[in-house]
Design a protein around this ligand. Sequence first.
Ligand SMILES: [Zn+2]
Length: 102
Amino acid sequence: MSRSCVTCHEDKPMSEFGISNRYDDGVSKTCKSCVNGRGKRYYAANSKEVNHRVTLYRRLNADALKNVPDVEPDPSDLLSGDFEDQFVHMDDDEFPPESETY
Ligand SMILES: [Zn+2]
């Protein structure tokens, strides 16, 4: 049993066609190799658009990274000793004995 692919018009065995809920018989009318080629063709035809999106995405991430230093403590706060005290407290905190608390 075979069917003709609506994209490449080649007769191929049913195993070359993927499953699709869009059709009554549950089998895609486009062969697997044509379906796999879609992404590559889309990129080839829209490489500028795709690259633009990637650049935009990276630019947005770069902006997010730029905001990270704003979250870090002000150097003057470090000089005040407040942060140093916090770190000392953290170091002095005793961890509960292993396994006994569980
Ligand atoms: Zn095909």
